[in-house]
Design a protein around this ligand. Structure first.
Ligand code: NI
Length: 137
C-alpha cells in the first residue's frame, strides 16, 4: 500500500447478489444495476450510501469464477479492497518491489467505466484492486 492510495470500495464475495443486497438496501443503501464483468467472470452489484464506503458484491457465474475459492473457504466474506491510483503501471512497479504479486494485469474493466484495473496480492494485506483515474461511483 502507498501513501497516495485513495480508498474506493470494498469487494465482498457473495453466493447470491439478491440475498446480500437486500440486507444493505434495508440499511439505507442504494442498489445499482447488476452487471456481468467478463474480466473477473463474476456478476457485480454496487451499493452506495452517503458517508459510507462503497460496497461491491461479487457473485460467481460458474465454477471458474475466482470468487468461488473465497466462498468455499469463508462463505460470504470480504474479497478485496480497492484503491484509486494516478498511474497504475508505476504503482504496480513500486508494489512489486514491495513484494506484491500481480494477480491480474491492468485491463479495461467494464464494471468501472472503462478505467484500468489490476489486482495484486500481499500476504500481509490480502488482495487489493487498483483503479486508475477516479471512477464515477
Ligand atoms: Ni472491486
Amino acid at each position: 500500500m502507498l501513501e497516495s492510495f485513495k480508498f474506493h470500495h470494498i469487494g465482498v464475495a457473495v453466493k447470491k447478489i439478491s440475498s446480500t443486497a437486500a440486507i444493505y438496501v434495508d440499511a439505507g443503501y442504494k442498489q445499482l444495476e447488476t452487471i456481468f464483468d467478463p474480466e473477473q467472470n463474476v456478476n457485480i452489484c454496487w451499493l452506495t450510501k452517503e458517508g459510507m464506503p462503497v460496497v461491491e458484491l461479487l457473485e460467481p457465474v460458474d465454477e471458474t469464477s475466482p470468487v468461488n475459492k473465497t466462498l468455499e473457504k469463508n462463505g460470504v466474506a470480504p474479497y478485496h479492497t480497492c484503491y484509486v491510483v494516478d498511474n497504475i503501471e508505476e504503482t504496480i512497479a513500486q508494489l512489486r518491489r514491495m513484494k506484491y504479486v500481480i494477480v491480474s494485469k491492468p485491463v479495461e474493466a467494464c464494471a468501472i467505466h472503462k478505467c484500468k484495473v489490476a489486482f495484486l496480492y500481499n500476504k500481509n494485506i490480502g488482495l487489493i484492486e487498483l483503479v486508475e483515474a477516479p471512477a464515477n461511483i
